[in-house]
Design a protein around this ligand. Structure first.
Ligand SMILES: Nc1nc2c(ncn2[C@@H]2O[C@H](COP(=O)(O)OP(=O)(O)OP(=O)(O)O)[C@@H](O)[C@H]2O)c(=O)[nH]1
Length: 727
């Protein structure tokens, strides 16, 4: 009921009646409004609805019945109670009034007490009715809102990629299921409602009830389980289910959210496969092989067994790739892996460590001859050519073997030692095997120390150049110098080049050191050129790797420019082998440098390819006869013949020729006789440190003058005397 006083509309055509009724009602605290006709009453009600109407029946124009009918027909006014006030006291009028919708009757003259009673009761009834109506509207709104919520919730549930199941603990049946659950399991929603969680799950009803009770008891708040659910087609699905319990009246609802694990498990398996197996051969990869070795070592230790690690590396596999292509190389690796597996027992392990490197783990009771047996078997199976893409491919392998516990006990050391032994097998000519020995280890450690020291040497600039003069036989004068790399290792003195240059080459450090040598030689040429000594050509040795790595051409051009020297004062000495590395690139670089005027000479000529074809392809100025032929040129007719052939061939190709390693007068006489252009060797001078060399250059103390006039055909008449070479 409203807190303000109720408003009562009095409708009567008689003013006296209206006034009377007002006078009776106002003292009771009611507001009153009056209308003198039916029309006026309807207009007033439309403007502001009263809480009750006192309606006269007999009025001119629209009578009370009509007004009542109109008001009751309108939902906005139908709940306003009407008391018909009439002088008529007959039953038919009252009946007509009730039919028209009036709630009560009062007979004129109105009795005060009766008026008050009827008015109060009807107002109370109206207030109650209003309350009920408002309440039902609110209820209806709430229901609508809840229905919308529910629909949103259902849509959200259906849209998730996870299956959602709501299960009643009392009935142990589904009370709600989302669309994903249906599609995941292949059931319709109704089929699932007709089924039960125990039926589609893997567990018994009792176990399921127990697990739900545990969740409800709060022992587990958000429970995650990996389980399987049976699909409608009878197959099983791996799922991960989150479960929670929610109170619902006197029941508990278990909310289960299930995620399909099939894909995750498959991708985990794929990842595991990729991480542990080599894609090409399907063999265990390095990671898995190391794991397997660790486990095998535990087994060998526990059982007091022996274990061998066999490291296998294919010989010159690069040639297969280079000549037949990578695809054939890949297939060869694959087939080789298969053959390796055939060489061992099932309990042994075969893995691919990478590239053309494979390794085997052999477990042995006490058959210490087993590794040799396997190594020989591998050599044997490789005698049979591989059939790849209609081609027959043959290859051999080198192997190294270490034995646990004799050589080492740690898995990494065993593999490392086996690798060392394999390297020895390569050095021994390949296609063989070697057992690891302690001596090998000492050498490996020494080599490692040397590598570390060489890296430091590069950083600390511990290298110097010594220079060995080259003499022009025609004039007897020093015509140039060969720059030779020396390492002043702190605490060790001058290290012999043959001890460190191969390591510089293998490690690639030669690229940086070689570049330094070119720069230093050019700097020296520049200093002499602008000083007392004058123009002096220096040759610098260049390794094959310098053509592939680094920027040889750029280094040379920059050094020439920086020190402002004519390009022909720099000569690059290359071995035949280095020319054969990446030949196209090498030719381009050499041609570019040659165009600038840089001189190119071939070192150690006669020991390598010595092919006329490449002499034509490369822009060469000079050949250096290898020391091996000069050493016995006067005693070994074959060497003499080769030296002579090289001189003649060089001259016919308009190339200069120089002999290195000249140590005796007889060698010199031979070279003079056969018109070798230049000579270099201890007979005149060993390689010298800069200061000593400069003294010689300044004083020309190598007394060679006179050679130009010599009768080179007559060795016994050589007029030249040489000062002994400085030591
Ligand atoms: N086809 C193919 N070649 C590979 C693969 N992995 C590495 N290689 C090549 O295998 C070669 C391995 O060469 P090395 O073992 O260094 O040398 P090698 O030619 O076998 O000579 P030695 O070992 O000294 O006898 C390199 O040329 C690599 O490019 C691969 O998966 N497929």
């Amino acid at each position: 009921m409203s807190s303000t006083a109720p408003t009562i509309l009095i409708v009567d055509d008689e003013i006296q009646n209206r006034k009377l009724l007002e006078a009776l009602l106002r003292p009771e605290g009611y507001f009153t409004r009056c209308a003198s006709s039916g029309e006026e009453a309807l207009a007033s009600i439309a403007e502001h609805a009263p809480d009750l109407i006192l309606l006269d029946i007999m009025m001119p124009g629209m009578d009370g019945f009509e007004v009542a009918v109109i008001l009751k027909a309108n939902p906005a006014t139908s709940n306003i109670p009407i008391i018909m006030v009439t002088a008529l006291d007959d039953r038919s009028a009252r009946l007509a009034g009730l039919n028209a919708g009036a709630e009560e009757f009062l007979t004129k003259p109105v009795d005060r007490a009766e008026l008050w009673l009827r008015v109060r009761n009807l107002l109370r009834l109206k207030a109650f009715g209003d309350f009920l109506q408002n309440h039902s509207v609110i209820l209806e709104q709430e229901v609508q809102a809840r229905t919308a919520d529910l629909q949103r919730f259902r849509s959200a549930m259906d849209a998730t990629a996870d299956a959602i199941f709501l299960v009643s603990r009392n009935t142990m049946r589904f009370v709600e299921i989302n669309a994903t659950a249906c599609s995941m399991l292949g059931y319709t929603r109704q089929e699932l409602f007709d089924s039960s969680p125990a039926e589609i799950g893997e567990v018994s009803l009792e176990a399921l009830e127990n697990s739900y009770d545990n969740i409800i008891a709060g022992q587990k708040i958000d429970v995650l389980v990996d389980t399987t659910i049976r699909r409608k087609d009878g197959t099983y699905l791996q799922v991960e289910v989150h479960q929670q319990a929610q109170k619902s009246g006197n029941d508990w609802i278990i909310v289960g959210v299930a995620r399909d694990l099939t894909e995750r498990k498959e991708s985990a398996q794929r990842l595991h496969q990729l991480a542990h197996y080599d894609v090409l051969t399907g063999l265990p990869n390095r990671t898995l092989f190391y794991e397997a070795l660790k486990n095998a070592l535990i087994q060998a230790t526990d059982s007091d067994w022996l274990l061998a690690v066999l490291f296998v590396d294919l010989d010159h596999f690069k040639n297969i790739n280079d000549t037949l292509g990578h695809a054939i190389g890949d297939e060869l690796l694959n087939q080789f892996g298969n053959r390796l597996v055939q060489c061992v027992r099932p309990r042994d392990t075969v893995g691919r460590l990478g590239g053309d490197e494979f390794a085997l783990i052999l477990l042995m009771h006490d058959e210490s001859s087993y590794p040799t047996l396997v190594a020989n078997k591998i050599r044997e199976v490789l005698r049979e050519p591989f059939e790849i893409q209609d081609q027959e491919v043959t290859i051999s392998a080198s192997m190294g073997i270490t034995i646990y516990p004799d050589d080492a006990t740690a898995h990494e050391t065993l593999i490392k030692y086996a690798d060392t032994a394999m390297y020895r097998a390569k050095q021994a000519g390949r296609d063989t095997y070697r057992f690891f020995t302690a001596q090998m280890n000492a050498e490996v450690l020494a080599r490692h120390d040397l590598e570390v020291a060489l890296h430091k040497a590069v950083e600390n600039k511990e290298f110097v150049l010594h220079y060995q003069p080259k003499v022009l036989l025609k004039s007897g004068r020093i015509i140039g110098l060969e720059a030779l790399l020396r390492w002043q290792r702190p605490g060790y003195g001058l290290i012999s080049p043959h001890l460190f240059i191969p390591i510089l080459e293998e490690t690639g450090l030669i690229v940086r050191v070689g570049s330094w040598a070119i720069t230093t030689a050019c700097q020296q040429i520049g200093q002499w050129l602008h000083g007392a000594i004058g123009p002096m050509q220096i040759s610098v040795n260049v390794a094959g790797r310098q053509f592939i790595e680094g920027d040889l051409e750029g280094d040379v051009l920059k050094a020439l420019l920086d020190h402002d020297i004519p390009a022909d004062l720099l000569e690059l000495e290359l071995t035949e082998g280095s020319l054969m590395v990446n030949t196209e690139r090498t030719i381009t670089i050499l041609k570019n440098l040659k165009t600038r005027g840089v001189q190119i000479s071939i070192d150690d000529f006669g020991t390598g390819y010595s092919s006329l074809a490449y002499l034509r392809r490369f822009p060469i100025d000079k050949l250096k006869i290898d020391i091996a032929f000069i050493r016995e040129v006067t005693t070994n007719p074959d060497d003499a013949a080769i030296a002579l052939a090289i001189i003649r061939m060089a001259h016919s190709l308009k190339l200069e020729v120089i002999a290195e390693g000249v140590e005796t007068e007889a060698q010199l006489a031979f070279l003079l006789r056969y018109h070798c252009d230049q000579i270099q060797g201890y007979y005149f001078s060993p390689p010298l440190p800069l200061l000593e060399l400069e003294q010689i250059l300044l004083s020309e103390t190598l007394d060679l003058v006179g050679m130009a006039d010599s009768n080179t055909e007559r060795q016994d008449e050589l007029p030249i005397t040489f000062k002994s070479a400085p030591q």
